[in-house]
Design a protein. Sequence first.
Length: 169
Amino acid sequence: MKQKSTLLLIGLFFFISHSFAQESLKIGHINYTEIVMKMPEMDSIRKILNKEAEEIENVYNELIEEHEKNVQKYEVEQESYSEFLKNTKQKELIEAAGKIQEFNQEAKQQLQKRNMELMQPVYSKLNDAITRVATRNNFTYILDLSSGSVVFHSANSQNINPLVLDELK
């Protein structure tokens, strides 16, 4: 009998503590991507990245144009070349095409790196604002709906996008 009452008390204790823990849970949600796109820094970042991408594209187009001219010149003059010279010119054209491809790949990587470099302060600023809003409003968890990993959010979950946007001003 004493064991049953002890088990009953322990069960009651866990039930009560679990109930209190559930009541103190406060969940909010944001759309991280939406907020980032509304941040004023994004206009200048887009301009910088577009300018740099345009510069790279211009150089790439110049390289392609020059290579095409060299290919056309080779095609016209190849009949007059000795076998050795023909092979040498072909190797040069193949190497030039490889260098152009390499330039293109490196340029893409550099643009991605530059994008991350420019976006890092934006992400830090947004994360700090989310932390301040969540702390000030006693949120336990903030879910990001833009990531696609949240399959359900309750009507009790508060959208804090407006609070974070105000915090960023």
